[in-house]
Design a protein around this ligand. Sequence first.
Ligand code: NDP
Length: 231
Amino acid sequence: MNILVTGANRGLGLAFVKLGAEKGYRIFAGVRSEDTEYPELEKLQKSYPNLVEIQTLDVSDEGSIEASKGELEKRGVSLDGIINNAGVLIDRGVAFHELNLAEGLATFDINTFGPIRVVKHFYDLLKGEKPFIVNISSDAGSITNTYDGDYFYGMSKAALNMFSEKLRRALPAVRIYSIHPGWLHTDMGGKEAPLSPELSAESIFGIIEGEVSVSPGANTYITYDGKKLDY
Ligand code: NDP
């Protein structure tokens, strides 16, 4: 399988690259900048030179996405799946009366418009037998799960869920998921988080491979272990 992963240099994205390469998948690993060093990802690339390919892919920059897509297309690369994983949590715990709208725009630009840009440009490279798009969402994006703080983050993921649902109708041949990956031990999730990104990635690959079953009646919004979430 050929899979494009965004935000692939650390956290959950890096776990997708490592596990995917171990499974023999060819991973196009998106990183934000060509001028930054990504030692962990570069080490993986050296261990799996035929399977891990690093792509400059800033999801907030449509030009960067067009360039990466154009390059793959020119080489005749097709994709089985896209994992829109890149994300930010900028307004952690900020109360509504202290919200900074510029941070809101930046949050939506990456968490919502990022996956939209990637799908807009890459969907026509999806040519596998059972192609898929995984949008990494969050349970913070469920409107039945509101709590103090993280306004922009939650709203950006709720909007991402809507994008996934619309895609489900627009692309009936493509399996579309909006997946809450669990509370993860990463830079974003913090050290006290109970779940490793590796376990989450393993289970999400299980959903893609049909090894982990999805709750009957679920549309696109599910947990990393296949349980239906309420929008
Ligand atoms: P991290 O903060 O550890 O990693 C985020 C990744 O996104 C980094 O690789 C980062 O790259 C990348 N990224 C951010 N902005 C851009 C951009 N403009 N272009 C390309 N890449 C970008 O987060 P996690 O691994 O924990 O989170 C992965 C996903 O899971 C996110 O979508 C998050 O919202 C979601 N999630 C995470 C939870 C958790 O508990 N951790 C819970 C629920 C959902 P760089 O190093 O350049 O900044």
